[in-house]
Design a protein. Sequence first.
Length: 391
Amino acid sequence: MIRHLFKLIWNQKRKNMLIIIEIFFCFLVIFWVVCTATYSLKNYAVPLGYNVDQVYLLSVGFKNVPEDKAKATMEQVRQKLRAMPQIKGISTSPTIPFLSWGSMQDVESDNQKGQVLRWAADDDFASVFDVKLLNGRWFDKRDNASTLPPAIITEDMQREYFKGAAALGKTFMANDRRYTVIGVCANVRNEVFSTSSPGFFQRVSSDSGPVGTFMLRINSGNMDVMSDKMILQTSALVKSGEGNWYVDGVELSTLLKNQIRGFYTILLIIGIVCLFLILNVVLGLWGVLWLSISKRSPEIGLRRAIGAVRANIQQQFLGEAVVLATMGVVPGVLLAIQFPLLNVLPGISLSVYLLSILISILLMYMLVLVCAFYPSWKASKVQPALVLHEN
């Protein structure tokens, strides 16, 4: 039966070529969307490696202010913020989640070469963002007397550049500068829907110059009231001096929500485009099956007259639809298998590829069976006496 169906469709390949090509491209689009969605949702379930809840970003900018006066004013702002009982911790690191992330560095360790991310962080960064330390310690005043600049590496970097062995006390080169490892932390990332990259934190001093960003860990409470209070008090303080000053602020959790919303918006747009393509395939397949049934009504009537039951008629047309889909899906699967081999979508694991291929195959066959169900059911309802009389 299956061999007969394949032979039947193959003999009509020129007539069915357009719909087979449509199924092929539809499968690839579904595969790409499923692969991207699976990869993104899998990453979404993984923790960021830090916590931005109850963290507020206060930005203070200035114009036409001498550097020494700007630095003094910023220090006053810092002391004013530290005096507020609602503020648990303050970080002035250049690294700001979702806004200003790390930079790529060429590294070498244990004859391993590559590129990793470098994040600049001060002594308070870990406490403000609840960075999870797996081994060692965070930066503190003990590092002021260090002969080599200290670094805190991620778990990924320890595994890739130190062969998984304990990296504490070891050194590595980054952009022709040697660092000593004082701690290992959990993997961190900036994109919610992407995988983490190996990297390390480099210590920066808050005394290096005027700092315009303050990341504040707020005690649990009304964030809106607290943010308004901080902006008002900071504005009053800085605007009492010379020059032009401005103060603004935002919750980091808001930036996180905006990133998630942006991803869903892009996914929605892609989904609408894919929906139109799938609708095209649905209408094409529906039309092919409907035309086939109309032209083959004498054959259906004859089969019914010699004893074929309705279920057999419906099964044949459903089988033809499945064979038609198979002729479009198989080339699509062969092409999709090349994706992990050629690393077309970097960062996506083999398990995600295989799961996406399986889901795409199931969705494609479900779609084809849904399209074929009504025409095949209609074919099974053909009255043999009426058809044979007309023909």
